[in-house]
Design a binder for this molecule. Structure first.
Ligand code: ADP
Ligand code: MG
Length: 937
C-alpha cells in the first residue's frame, strides 16, 4: 500500500478551513523514546492520569498543539480553482482574438469577448468551488474516529481530535490514529504493514521496557499511527500525534504525490474531448482554406475560424461533470450513503451484482427469542422486543419454571456466556451490545423472572467471570469461563448449533448427562433444521466442567471440546419491509442480489425466499461445501447460487472473484475486520456505518450509515442517474456544436455570407447552450433508470447511437436556421437574415433542452416540475433574446437588428421543428425497441 493511500485511510488531511495551530503558544509535551520509560513516569511527564485527560485539558491541548492530521499536499485552494478556469487553450485563443479585434479598432468585439470569457470563468468557478466544498464536507463525514478515555469515561471522537496524553481504547478492527504506549494488552495483534512492510500482524504486550535505540519493528510495547488492530484489545497512552508520529516523519520525507487524474469517466471524457478538438480543428482549417480561396478578407476569416473552434469544443464539460458528480454525491449522502471515493459513483451505476449481509441489512436486526428446546422439550416464548417480560409456554400452557431444572440450566448458559446489557429508556427496552446476545438475555430473564438471586447483577457476583473468548464470526461461537458456587470452573459456550455439535460428546437430558450418539446428534440437527425453516436464527448452548484450576492452554481449540450439549434457542429477526421493495427494484434493474451470511442455510433460505432473493430453483451453498468447490467451478456456478450460508470472511473474497470472472460489476458489503480484503477486492466495497469496524469503513468505497439494504439500491439508482445526466449533457452540448458547424460549413460551401458572426457563436456556445446544459447535468433522476439493465462495465460514453442522435440533431437545428437564413436573404438585408438565423438557432437550442432530458421518454412524460430551473432559464434567455431585438444597446453588443414581436413569435414556432422531429424519432425508436425486446418472464 502506498503511503498516500495509508495517509488517506488513517488520517484526515488537514481541512482547508481549520486554522493552523498558533505558533506562539505551542508547548509540545513529548517524551524521548517512550518505550523505555515506566508507565507511571510517562503519565507524569505528559500530565495525564489513568482516567485520561479531562475534556477541558484535551480541548486546551488541541488548541495549542494542533489537530492530529498530517499536512499532506495543499488542499484545493480558491486560487487553484480560479487558475483552472483559465487552463483551457480555447480561452487564451479567445482572449487573443479579443485583443486583435481591439487593436484593429473593433472595441465592441473586444468588450463582448472579454465579458463572455469572464462570465464563463465566474460561472465555472462558482460551480466548481461549490462542488469542491461539498466533497470536502463529505470527506469529513467519513473521517476516522477513535475511542478515548477522558474524565474516566470512554467516548468516541474524531481521530483528528486526539491529543498527547489521551488514553486510546483499542479493539479488533480499530485503526490506531496516533503513536501510543501500551498500558494493557489482551491477545493484542497489530497489522503494521503500512509502516514496516511486514504483512503478518505482530503480537504486542504492555509489560516490557526496551532499550532507547530499539528499532521500530521491535517496539512491541508501542502502537503506531497508520496501523490497525487485527486481534485482541488494548488501552494505550498517546505519546505523539500528527506530524510527530512515525507515520508523520515518513510523510514529511515524501514529496506531495497526490495525483488528481480524475475519475475514469472524467478521463474517458478527456480523451473523447481531445478527439473532438482535432476533428473540429480539421474542419475549421478546411473552412478557412475555402474562404481564403474565395477571397474573403483575412481578418474576418481568422475571427470566424477562432469562434468556430471555440464553438466546436465543449470546454464547459469538465466543470459540468464535476458539478454533476458532486451534486449526486451530496444527494446520496442525504439518502444515508456516504461516498468515500469519487470514482465509485460511476461504477455504482453499472453494478450488476450486489452481495449483501443478511442480519441487520436485509433484516431489521431486532431479535426476539421465540423457541427454547432443551431435554427433549420445546417451549415457546412470548413477549416483544428486548423487554425481559413474557411467558414460557409448553403446549400453549404456562410452565412453572422452578419445576424445570432443564430450562434453568439453559437460561444460565444464555446469561453466563453473554456480553450484552438491556436498558429501559422511556419504557422502551434496548440492547447495548450484540443484538443476538441481547435476545438471549431477554429470554433468560423471562425464564428467571420470579426467582430471587437470578437477576444479572447478582449473577456476576455469584458466578464470577474468569476468562472469555469473544464471539468471532469465523468460529461462530463464544465462550466464557465462570467459577460456579461450588468453586469449580465451567466453560459456557453459545454458538451455531451445527458447528457446536461437532465439539460435543455428551448431552443434557431429564435423566442426567448422557453420551451423545449419532442418533441423538441427528435428532438435534433435525430440531435445528425445523427452527431454521421457520426463518429463526438458532443458537446452541453447551458447557464443559474444567475443575478447580484454570487450564494453562486457554485457546479456543483447547477449551471448546468434549462439551455437554444443553439446548437450542430460536429467535426471529424479521426481514425489513423496505428490503423487499429494494430487491424487487433490483430484479427489474437486472441486478442480481446474493445473500451472504454466517447464519444457518435453512434460516438464510427462508428469509431469502421471503424477500424474493431466492426462488424455488435457487440453491444455497454452505461454507464447508464451498471449501470443496474449485475456483473454476465456483466461477461457473456463481450465477445459480442465490444464498451463501455459514460463510467465513475468506469465502467472501472467493465469491467476489467468482463473479468478477464472469464479467460482473460486484458490490459487496462487510462489517468485521476480516471483511476488509473482500471489500477491497469488490468493485464497490460497502461498509456498514453502524455495525462496521473502522478498518472496514476506511477500506470501503461507500459507507451506508443506516446499515440498510435499501440504501445500497438507492445509491445504485443515484449512480445510474448521474451517469445518464452526464451523458445527456454531453449529447446536448455536442449536438449543439454540430449544428453550428454544419450551418457555417453549408454557407461557406454555397458561397453565402457567414450566417453567424463570431459574437453569435460565442454567445450560443457559452451562454445559451451552457446554462441549459448545467440544468441538464443536475437534472432530477428519472425513476425509470431502475427499469433498464446495468450498463456494461466499460461501455463507451458515446455508445448506443450517441453519434447518430448527435448528427441528426445538428442537422435539424442547422436545417431550420439555414432555411430561415436563406429565405430572409432573398427577401431582406443580410443583417436582418443573420439576426433571424442567430435567433432561430438560439430558440431551437433552448427548446431542444426539454427533449434532451430523456433519451427514451417522450417529452410529455418528463414532468417539468422536476426541473423547474431549466424552464426558468429557457424562459429568461428567450426573453433576453427578444429584448435584444428591441433594445438598441443590447442589439449593438450582440450585433442584431430590430425584429418585430410577430417575427419573434414566428421564429419561436419554427424553432420547435427540431424538437418535434426528435420526439417522433424517439417514439419510433421505442416502437422498434419494444418489438425486438425479449419479454421478461
Ligand atoms: P450473520 O451476521 O451473517 O447473521 P454471524 O457471523 O453473525 O452471521 O453469525 C453466524 C452464527 O453464529 C449465527 O447463526 C449464530 O448461530 C452464531 N452467533 C451469532 N452471534 C453469536 C453470539 N454473539 N454468540 C454466539 N454465537 C453467535
Ligand atoms: Mg453478525
Amino acid at each position: 500500500m502506498s503511503l498516500k493511500k495509508t495517509v488517506d485511510k488513517y488520517m484526515p488531511e488537514s481541512a482547508p478551513t481549520s486554522p493552523p495551530p498558533s505558533q506562539t503558544t505551542k508547548v509540545l509535551r513529548s517524551v524521548v523514546a517512550p518505550w523505555q520509560v515506566e508507565v507511571a513516569n510517562l503519565f507524569k511527564q505528559l500530565s495525564s492520569t489513568e482516567n485520561g485527560l479531562s475534556a477541558v485539558e484535551a480541548a486546551a491541548y488541541l488548541n495549542s498543539e494542533g489537530a492530529n492530521t498530517l499536512q499532506e499536499g495543499a488542499p484545493t485552494s480558491v486560487l487553484k480553482i480560479i487558475a483552472a478556469q483559465f487552463k483551457s487553450v480555447m480561452i487564451w485563443v479567445l482572449l487573443g482574438a479579443a485583443v486583435i479585434s481591439g487593436v484593429l479598432g473593433d472595441m465592441i468585439d473586444f468588450v463582448v469577448i472579454v465579458a463572455i470569457v469572464v462570465l464563463n470563468a465566474v460561472i465555472g468557478f462558482y460551480q466548481e468551488y461549490k462542488a469542491e466544498k461539498s466533497i470536502a464536507a463529505l470527506k469529513n463525514m467519513t473521517a476516522p474516529q477513535a475511542k478515548v478515555k477522558r474524565d474516566g469515561q470512554v467516548i468516541i471522537i474524531p481521530a483528528a481530535d486526539i491529543v498527547v496524553g489521551d488514553i486510546l481504547m483499542l479493539e479488533a478492527g480499530d485503526l490506531v490514529a496516533a503513536d501510543a504506549r501500551l498500558l494493557q494488552a489482551a491477545s493484542l495483534k497489530i497489522t503494521e504493514s503500512a509502516l514496516t512492510g511486514e504483512s503478518e500482524s505482530v503480537e504486542k504486550q504492555s509489560n516490557t521496557l526496551l532499550a532507547a535505540d530499539a528499532p521500530l519493528g521491535d517496539r512491541d510495547n508501542m502502537v503506531f499511527a497508520g496501523t490497525s488492530v487485527a486481534n485482541g484489545a488494548a488501552t494505550a497512552l498517546v505519546v505523539a500525534t500528527a506530524m510527530n508520529t512515525e507515520l508523520g516523519q515518513i510523510a514529511r520525507l515524501i514529496e506531495d504525490a497526490s495525483s488528481s487524474e480524475g475519475t475514469p469517466l472524467q478521463q474517458k471524457l478527456d480523451s473523447f474531448g481531445r478527439i473532438l478538438v482535432w476533428f473540429s480543428l480539421a474542419i475549421v482549417t478546411l473552412l478557412f482554406m475555402l474562404g481564403w480561396w474565395r477571397g474573403s478578407p483575412p481578418l474576418e476569416l481568422v475571427m470566424s475560424a477562432v469562434s468556430l473552434a471555440v464553438a466546436a469544443v465543449p470546454e464547459g464539460l469538465p466543470t459540468i461533470v464535476t458539478v454533476a458528480l458532486a451534486l449526486g454525491v451530496m444527494r446520496m449522502s442525504r439518502r444515508s450513503a456516504l461516498i468515500r471515493k469519487l470514482p465509485a459513483v460511476e461504477i455504482l451505476g453499472s453494478t450488476s451484482v450486489i452481495c449483501t449481509d443478511k442480519t441487520g441489512t436485509l433484516t431489521v436486526g431486532q431479535m426476539t427469542v421465540r423457541a427454547l428446546c432443551v431435554a427433549e422439550q420445546s417451549f415457546t416464548v412470548t413477549g416483544e422486543g428486548y423487554a425481559p417480560k413474557g411467558e414460557i409456554l409448553l403446549n400453549n400452557n404456562p410452565v412453572n419454571v422452578p419445576d424445570t431444572a432443564a430450562l434453568q440450566e439453559l437460561a444460565t448458559l444464555l446469561i453466563g456466556c453473554n456480553n450484552a446489557h438491556l436498558v429501559e429508556e422511556d419504557g422502551h427496552w434496548q440492547v447495548i451490545g450484540d443484538p443476538t446476545e441481547g435476545a438471549l438475555l431477554a429470554a433468560a430473564h423471562k425464564v428467571f423472572s420470579e426467582q430471587a438471586g437470578r437477576e444479572p447483577s447478582s449473577f456476576e457476583q455469584r458466578l464470577p467471570k474468569q476468562h472469555e473468548i469473544p464471539f468471532d464470526s469465523d468460529r461462530k461461537r463464544s465462550c466464557v469461563i465462570r467459577r460456579l458456587e461450588d468453586g469449580n470452573l465451567r466453560a459456557m459456550v453459545n454458538g451455531a448449533p451445527d458447528v457446536l455439535l461437532q465439539a460435543c460428546t455428551r448431552f443434557y437430558t431429564a435423566r442426567g448427562v448422557l453420551p451423545l450418539t449419532d442418533a441423538d446428534r441427528a435428532r438435534i440437527q433435525e430440531q435445528n433444521t425445523v427452527l431454521g425453516q421457520q426463518a429463526l436464527r438458532v443458537l446452541g448452548s453447551a458447557y464443559r466442567d474444567l475443575g478447580q484450576q484454570l487450564p494453562a492452554d486457554l485457546s479456543a481449540a483447547a477449551i471448546e471440546q468434549d462439551l455437554v450439549f444443553v439446548g437450542l434457542s430460536g429467535m426471529v429477526d424479521p426481514p425489513r419491509a423496505e428490503a423487499k421493495v429494494a430487491v424487487a427494484k433490483c430484479v427489474s434493474a437486472g441486478i442480481r442480489v446474493v445473500m451472504i451470511t454466517g447464519d444457518h442455510p435453512h434460516t438464510a433460505l427462508a428469509i431469502a425466499r421471503d424477500l424474493g432473493i431466492a426462488t424455488d430453483t435457487d440453491v444455497v451453498v454452505a461454507g464447508p461445501e464451498l471449501d470443496g468447490i474449485s475456483e473454476d467451478e465456483l466461477a461457473r456456478r456463481a450465477s445459480t447460487i442465490a444464498v451463501y450460508a455459514r460463510v467465513t470472511a475468506a469465502h467472501k473474497l472467493r465469491i467476489v472473484r467468482a463473479w468478477k470472472a464472469n464479467g460482473a460489476v460486484v458490490a459487496m458489503t462487510g462489517d468485521g475486520v476480516n471483511d476488509a480484503p473482500a471489500i477491497e477486492g469488490a468493485d464497490i466495497g460497502i461498509a456498514m456505518g453502524r455495525s462496521g469496524t473502522e478498518v472496514t469503513k476506511q477500506a470501503a468505497d461507500m459507507v451506508i450509515t443506516d446499515d440498510n439494504f435499501a440504501t445500497i439500491v438507492a445509491a445504485v439508482e443515484e449512480g445510474r442517474g448521474i451517469y445518464s445526466n452526464i451523458r445527456k449533457t454531453l449529447q446536448y452540448l455536442l449536438a449543439g456544436n454540430t449544428g453550428e458547424l454544419l450551418l457555417m460549413t453549408l454557407c461557406v460551401i454555397m458561397g453565402l455570407p457567414a450566417p453567424l458572426l463570431p459574437i453569435h457563436l460565442l454567445w450560443i456556445n457559452l451562454v445559451t447552450d451552457g446554462l441549459p446544459a448545467l440544468c441538464l447535468a443536475t437534472d432530477a433522476i428519472d425513476p425509470d433508470v431502475m427499469k433498464q439493465r446495468p450498463r456494461p462495465r466499460d461501455e463507451h460514453i458515446a455508445a448506443n447511437n450517441f453519434l447518430g442522435t448527435m448528427f441528426l440533431t445538428g442537422l435539424l437545428t442547422a436545417g431550420v436556421a439555414f432555411a430561415v437564413y436563406f429565405y430572409s436573404l432573398q427577401t431582406g438585408s443580410e443583417e436582418l437574415a443573420r439576426t433571424k438565423a442567430f435567433t432561430t438557432l438560439v430558440f431551437a437550442e433552448l427548446l431542444r433542452a426539454f427533449g434532451a432530458r430523456s433519451e427514451t421518454k417522450a417529452l410529455w412524460r418528463i414532468p417539468l416540475r422536476t426541473n423547474l430551473i431549466l424552464a426558468v432559464v429557457v424562459f429568461l434567455v428567450i426573453g433576453l433574446q427578444v429584448w435584444a431585438h428591441h433594445n438598441a444597446t443590447l442589439g449593438l453588443f450582440l450585433k442584431t437588428t430590430f425584429l418585430s414581436l410577430e417575427d419573434c413569435v414566428l421564429l419561436l414556432v419554427i424553432s420547435t421543428i427540431p424538437l418535434l422531429i426528435l420526439e417522433l424519432v424517439k417514439l419510433w425508436q421505442n416502437r422498434a425497441r419494444q418489438s425486438t425486446a425479449i419479454p421478461i418472464q
